[in-house]
Design a protein around this ligand. Structure first.
Ligand SMILES: CC(C)(COP(=O)(O)OP(=O)(O)OC[C@H]1O[C@@H](n2cnc3c(N)ncnc32)[C@H](O)[C@@H]1OP(=O)(O)O)[C@@H](O)C(=O)NCCC(=O)NCCS
Length: 145
């Protein structure tokens, strides 16, 4: 697998939106977070992505996705490690996420399930929390060191 994880550019947005749609993940406002969006690039193609929304010292990890043919090869782990490092570099201390299908994937990065009321209010006001993600999605939190 010859894949590079790099910062996304505006030219990547359409392909990222397609990837999110195929994976049934919210697309809302991803363009507002272009500066903290990473893509996994195989040649000309985007085969994965991950983003973090910055809300002061809190961050919302979102849009972690790997296309089907590239799953199970460690790319999801690499993307998540990279997005957490990026969050840390922006001074984020605590990261949150919402997931419907991957709650078992994130504990390896220190994420633990929490109740929505425990989520930082700035993150709870985000579109992803208020509108985009279904109420059934599991909230998770990790402290960044
Ligand atoms: C979750 C996802 C990003 C993982 O990507 P991936 O490249 O297949 O994962 P990796 O190869 O890096 O990691 C594989 C490990 O994670 C585990 N894993 C992968 N997807 C998982 C899931 N949905 N739930 C629980 N564990 C999962 C694998 O069993 C494997 O564990 P092991 O190392 O103990 O064998 C990918 O399945 C995906 O795009 N899912 C759909 C979108 C989604 O739900 N995103 C998360 C919400 S933001």
């Amino acid at each position: 697998m010859n894949v590079d994880i790099v910062a996304a550019t505006a030219a990547d947005l359409n392909e990222v939106l397609e990837l999110l749609e195929h994976n049934h993940l919210p697309r809302a406002e991803i363009e507002r977070h272009l500066g903290t969006l990473l893509v996994a690039r195989e040649g000309e193609r985007i085969v994965g992505c991950a983003a973090v929304e910055l809300h002061g010292k809190a961050g919302l990890v979102r849009s972690v996705a790997v296309d089907l043919p590239h799953r199970g090869l460690g790319l999801g782990i690499q993307l998540t490690d990279a997005i957490l490092a990026l969050a840390r570099s922006h001074g984020v201390k605590t990261v949150y996420l919402l997931t419907e299908t991957a709650a078992g994937f994130f504990p390896r990065f220190g994420f633990r399930s929490i109740r929505r009321e425990e989520v930082d209010p700035a993150v709870r006001r985000s579109v992803e929390f208020t509108k985009a993600c279904p109420a059934s999605a599991q909230a998770m939190r990790a402290e960044l060191r």
